[in-house]
Design a protein around this ligand. Structure first.
Ligand code: C2O
Ligand code: CU
Length: 458
């Protein structure tokens, strides 16, 4: 059990207390996995695309026959997918129709501080805010989610998240599976009470229902060919350990884009916020086969039903895209994420001993500098944490004094850091000056203070 929740009264999302009967049973494999619709621009030119996106309270049928009150970008649980192209700007006009403040952060995005969705930059109820994303980075699977101070955990848990896919021309030329064969899968967990009401902020271990794009244990019909799946862990506090029954997946990328070369993987491990870009080749299964994605804790999560044959012009080239060179690092820092316990009170989450303060700068960084950070957790309760850095992608150099784990490969913005672990990462702070946060992406931890702030100066 996570001590932040121990002895804490579980909060039930108030409006959802409408349900007083018996929780409907989830019958696995009875509903298809939805593919979130791609958001349509209101204006589209070669240089920029303009979108409108609402933040709303809405309902979603998560348990069969019950419309659960949730929150959704565009009124959808999960939000629409935003497709961007390297070199073409995205202008996102976000209108908050809710009765409380919220905002949008582009996770993994290289954006200026005023558009980053800093916890202080809120979209108040009834207001509209413009976010500008330059999309100067290479192709990558990003995602957008709420980052409002003190409410991010509840908002993301209740549905404020969606996929943001950056595509670039050089990636297109690789001829990886694309179009209908390139599918985002957002995985998250959720807890219901005995009547089927959504429970917020109980022990995360009780979140036994896992949703794929908002639906528990869905099936997904596929043709016997290659698919690219962009798996995003959108759970507020969870590590997924995923396997495919009877087969491997080909991992082609991570948080910040493609690997240098594809890697065959038995297992994909993702902590909250991390992404895995994988290709699964269903041509090796006869039509009629069922292939299941399982999690080590939750069990069966999603079933792929191979329903038809198909021709497949796509490929997975042996060479994808070289990673950028690692410039020499000139600054060393240490980041320690842990709990501080207090008698009869909820613990604090801290970084280097301090609870997050919006007006305090913890690290001052000269723009353009390459730095090495030793990210660790000396958590006294042995709790798992993770680490997310805004603005730039980093590389994992070492884990626990040895080589990085397979899951640490490639360009990363989020990594898992369990108690007692040390992870050495290297980042180059290019582009913008200003203030950005870094934090544990277990949002119930960042919410109670496990977040800090850096300032990049000229
Ligand atoms: Cu995905 Cu600071 O967030
Ligand atoms: Cu944490």
């Amino acid at each position: 059990e996570d001590p932040a929740h121990g002895g804490h009264t579980p909060t039930t999302f108030q409006e959802s207390k409408t349900f007083s009967g018996t929780k409907p049973e989830i019958v696995p494999w009875t509903r298809p996995m939805p593919v979130p619709p791609v958001l349509r621009p209101v204006v589209s030119t070669a240089k920029q695309e303009v979108y409108r996106l609402s933040i709303e309270r809405t309902t979603a049928e998560i348990l069969p026959g019950l419309q659960s009150p949730v929150m959704g970008y565009g009124g959808q649980f999960v939000g629409p997918t935003i497709k961007a192209k390297t070199g073409r700007k995205t202008l996102l006009l976000v209108h908050n129709k809710m009765d409380e403040a919220a905002n949008v952060h582009l996770h993994g995005g290289h954006v200026s501080p005023e558009h980053d969705g800093h916890p202080r930059d809120l979209v108040e109820p009834g207001r509209t805010r413009l976010y500008l994303y330059p999309n100067s980075q290479q192709g990558a699977t990003l995602w957008y989610h709420d980052h409002s101070h003190g409410t991010e955990a509840a908002h993301v848990y209740l549905g404020l998240h969606g996929a943001y896919v950056v595509e670039d021309d050089s990636e297109r030329h690789l001829n990886l599976p694309s179009g209908a064969y390139d599918v985002p899968i957002m995985l998250r967990d959720i807890q219901f009470d005995d009547s089927g009401n959504i429970v917020v902020f109980d022990d995360p271990a009780k979140r036994t229902v896992v949703l794929a794009n908002g639906v528990p244990q869905p099936y997904f019909e596929v043709a016997a060919r290659k698919y690219r799946f962009r798996i995003i862990n959108t759970a507020t506090q969870r590590v997924f350990q995923l396997r495919l029954t009877g087969g491997q997946v080909t991992r082609i990328g991570s948080d910040g884009g493609l690997y240098a070369a594809p890697v065959e993987a038995e297992e994909v491990v993702l902590s909250s916020g991390e992404r895995a870009d994988v290709v699964i080749d269903f041509s090796k299964y006869p039509v009629g086969s069922r292939v299941t994605l399982t999690d080590s804790v939750a069990g069966e999560v999603l079933r792929f039903d191979v329903v038809r044959r198909a021709s497949d012009p796509s490929r997975v080239p042996a060479v994808l895209r070289p990673l950028p060179a690692l410039p020499p690092s000139t600054v060393d820092r240490e980041v320690d994420l842990f709990y501080v316990f207090k008698p009869n009170e909820r613990p604090d989450g801290v970084i280097n001993g301090k609870v997050f303060e919006m007006d305090r700068v913890d690290f001052t960084i000269k723009r353009g500098t390459t730095e090495t950070w030793l990210v660790k957790s000396s958590d006294p309760a042995g709790v798992k944490h993770n680490f997310h850095l805004h603005l730039v992608q980093f590389r994992v150099l070492e884990r626990n004094g040895g080589p990085p784990l397979p899951n640490d490969a490639g360009l990363k913005d989020t990594i898992s850091v369990a108690a007692g672990e040390t992870v050495k990462v290297q980042a180059t702070f290019t582009g913008y000056t200003g203030r950005y946060v870094y934090h544990c992406h277990f949002l119930e931890h960042s919410w109670i203070g496990m977040m800090a702030q850096l300032e990049i100066v000229p």
